[in-house]
Design a protein around this ligand. Structure first.
Ligand code: IDP
Ligand code: MG
Length: 140
């Protein structure tokens, strides 16, 4: 299996509760390496662009409001089959459905405020990394 990269966001519900370190430790313990990391306050435009695929969904507006409600940490994670590994450690979108030991089961507040984002394919990982991370920020 190849070493690949994925894009991660530690969401505002988690930064508000001072969980940046705890969540990063879970990612690292799962075998992923943080090769880029930056704490930002997402603009409305950035949030709407990032979640454009969900534009027609009923939760789109609330989601963009939530994602701009506090700081987030945007990260690039590297490891064996990173997209899949990250999705495994994140857990299901709805924390009520997430497996024991996953980040969302452990920390998520709700289906919206679910603590972390992770890319869902190698193709989207590349798009999402390019959206938030400059090439010289991927320092390994
Ligand atoms: P994912 O983050 O597990 O990939 P997506 O379906 O891509 O889940 O949804 C993107 C984000 O939108 C979720 O992480 C969550 O914050 C929010 N979301 C998804 N479904 C709902 C919903 O039914 N109500 C409110 N927010 C939702
Ligand atoms: Mg998704």
């Amino acid at each position: 299996m190849a070493v690949t990269r994925t894009f991660s966001i530690i969401k505002p519900d988690a930064t508000r509760r001072n969980l940046t370190g705890a969540i990063t430790k879970m990612l690292e313990d799962a075998g992923l390496r943080v090769v880029a990391s930056r704490r930002i306050r997402m603009t409305r435009d950035q949030a709407e662009g990032f979640y454009a695929v969900h534009k027609e969904r009923p939760f789109f507006n609330d989601l963009c409001t939530f994602m701009t409600s506090g700081p987030v940490v945007v990260q690039v994670l590297e490891g064996e089959d990173a997209v899949k590994r990250n999705r495994e450690i994140m857990g299901a979108t709805n924390p009520a459905d997430a497996a024991e030991g996953t980040i969302r089961k452990t920390y998520a507040e709700s289906i919206e405020a679910n603590s972390v984002h992770g890319s869902d394919s190698d193709e989207n990982a590349k798009i999402e990394i390019d959206y938030f991370i400059a090439p010289d920020e991927n320092v390994g």
